[in-house]
Design a protein around this ligand. Structure first.
Ligand SMILES: NC(=O)C1=CN([C@@H]2O[C@H](COP(=O)(O)OP(=O)(O)OC[C@H]3O[C@@H](n4cnc5c(N)ncnc54)[C@H](OP(=O)(O)O)[C@@H]3O)[C@@H](O)[C@H]2O)C=CC1
Ligand SMILES: O=C1O[C@H](COP(=O)(O)O)[C@@H](O)[C@H](O)[C@H]1O
Length: 513
């Protein structure tokens, strides 16, 4: 029994699912932007953890590409220091480090210099021979989006990209591209044109780390591996859906990047629309990548467009006090660090069910979750029984993405005693209590999938463009002022009070923060 009184038994299946999916081919991973924040906090730790768990191929190498002059052992030492802070398993496993360090090579070079890419090519030839990686290469662009075209051009000119003409072609070349995929619809289209000029879509992995989170993947399993929820998952039973991604942290030294980006490009266009799509999509024909991606794309196509003055009604933008003093932020910046929106999915299943979506930085707590609010009971059968019986709360199903990963269902229960008195209780599933293993980091799973060529958890070109089609007019309206003002909010709060108006216009309220 857990604290809420619910006993959850887990039924482990034979074999580890990750191992069942097979070891990746021998390969070299090339990380561009190797001294950056993402590389230090996420990529090297994920690769290290995969090595520790013996999930990397036996023949494997990493080539760190960087403008920095750190090379050889000095660079390895720099990576080790990062791992000592950010590796998932602490203290750092020395035996793994002894295996990992010799697999790590460095190329110091610029992003717009053909001679640097020629040196990269020489290094890759040498590494492929030395580590027997069979010439398979995974290029990871862990750099600001403005450098993506330069890197693509450098790789193509150096002959390092080969279009996949047929499935299973060897050696393979794949490219991982970080979000944001463009700055708006036009730039996303341009980026996609540039990618498709040199690579087949199957070789491009647009990474959205939310899709690598166990709890986000579990949305599909929860919906489609259980028979009891799907019959209720529609406008007949659901009143509204609330999606929240609240962060306690601010821009954390990424002011220059963030001020050009803002919360809608940073969190909504990608992570939150992906989460919404997983909640709203129809059952896919199969669990194959294309079938799932097709269904998600249909959700994006069904999002009711918002533009001009409509944006002022459905969207509230905010900026935390003190943001303009962050390093790299313009002193008169109007970039939102918070947004609350009402979205509608114009489909047979979701007509009349609003999706209230919020994301923000410097809020009072870290909380990412989806809550499905069911409709009220049709009649008050117990209303005559006393005060508690007149205030029945509708059921809420909460998918907790982070922290305290799990799923909770609230319902009404009779309070023990002679009279009929009713109180809300919760059935709660917690990953930590139910599974005797840690939840892996999203980047571990996603890097492994790229090496295996499995694109299920990556965004496809058309769905990225669909998401931009929805978001770009909203950004335009906010940036021109037509979509309303940017409200300030005090750090450590729930965001601007003005955001309460969004559900309040429909007679509802935010319930989660
Ligand atoms: N940090 C995070 O948590 C997340 C980041 N991302 C995405 O990952 C990518 C990298 O982000 P992040 O690591 O935070 O960014 P950083 O600002 O830390 O930059 C990454 C690295 O890119 C290289 N670089 C190349 N050209 C430039 C340039 N003109 N200006 C600055 N750096 C340059 C530098 O590496 P070097 O000097 O070694 O060449 C730099 O350290 C971005 O696209 C971001 O949106 C996505 C999700 C989360
Ligand atoms: O992509 C990004 O995500 C993080 C939030 O990720 P989480 O896994 O901690 O929820 C966000 O802080 C960052 O600004 C954004 O670029």
């Amino acid at each position: 029994m857990d604290a809420q009184g619910l006993h959850i038994e887990t039924h482990p299946r034979e074999g580890d699912p990750v191992l069942r999916a097979g070891r990746p081919d021998p390969c070299t991973v090339v990380i561009f932007g190797a001294t950056g924040d993402l590389a230090e906090r996420k990529l090297f730790p994920a690769l290290f953890e995969l090595d520790r768990s013996h999930l990397l191929p036996d023949h494997f190498a990493i080539v760190a590409y960087s403008r920095s002059k750190l090379v050889g052992d000095a660079f390895r030492e720099h990576v080790k220091e990062g791992l000592q802070k950010f590796a998932r398993t602490q203290p750092l496993d020395e035996a793994t480090w002894k295996r990992f360090a010799p697999r790590l090579e460095v190329v110091s070079g610029a992003y717009d210099d053909p001679a640097s890419f020629a040196r990269l090519r020489e290094k890759l030839d040498e590494v492929s021979r030395h580590h027997a990686t069979d010439g398979n290469q995974l290029y990871y662009m862990a750099t600001p989006a403005s450098t993506f075209p330069q890197i693509l051009h450098g790789l193509a000119e150096a002959g390092l990209l080969k279009r996949e003409e047929q499935p299973g072609q060897r050696p393979w070349r794949r490219l991982v591209i970080e979000k944001p995929f463009g700055h708006d619809l036009d730039s996303a289209r341009e980026l996609n044109r540039e990618l498709s000029a040199v690579l087949d879509e199957k070789q491009v992995f647009r990474i959205d780390h939310y899709l690598g989170k166990e709890t986000v993947q579990n949305i599909l399993v929860f919906r489609f591996a259980n028979a009891i929820f799907e019959p209720l998952w529609n406008r007949n039973h659901i009143d509204h859906v609330e999606i929240t991604a609240a962060e306690k942290i601010g821009v954390e030294g990424r002011g220059g990047f963030y001020d050009e980006t803002g919360v809608i490009r940073d969190m909504v266009q990608n992570h939150l629309l992906q989460v919404l799509a997983l909640c709203a999509m129809e059952p896919p024909v199969s669990f194959a990548a294309e079938d799932i991606r097709d269904e998600k794309t249909k959700v994006f196509r069904a999002l009711r467009p918002l533009e001009g003055r409509e944006v002022a009604e459905a969207v509230v933008a905010g900026q935390y006090e003190g943001y303009r003093k962050e390093k790299g932020v313009k002193p008169d910046s109007r970039t939102p660090t918070y947004v609350a929106m009402k979205m509608n999915v114009d489909s047979w299943r979701w007509q009349g069910v609003p999706f209230y979506v919020r994301a923000g930085k410097n809020l009072k707590q870290r909380l990412t979750e989806v809550s499905i609010h069911f409709k009220s009971v049709p009649i008050g059968l117990f209303a005559g029984e006393g005060a508690t019986c007149q205030r029945l709360q509708p059921n809420v199903l909460t998918l907790r993405i982070q922290p305290k990963e799990g799923i909770a269902l609230s319902f009404e229960s009779k309070v023990p005693g002679e009279d009929v008195s009713i109180a809300g209780v919760t059935m709660d599933f917690n990953y930590a209590e139910s599974f005797d293993k840690p939840v892996p980091e999203a980047y571990e799973r996603l890097l492994l999938d790229c090496m295996r060529g499995n694109a299920t958890l990556f965004a496809r070109q058309d769905s990225v463009e669909q998401a931009w089609s929805y978001v770009t007019p909203i950004l335009r309206a906010l940036e021109s002022g037509e979509g309303g003002e940017v409200h300030t909010y005090a750090p450590g709060t729930s965001g601007p009070d003005a955001a309460n108006a969004i559900p309040a216009r429909d007679g509802r309220r935010w319930t989660r923060l």
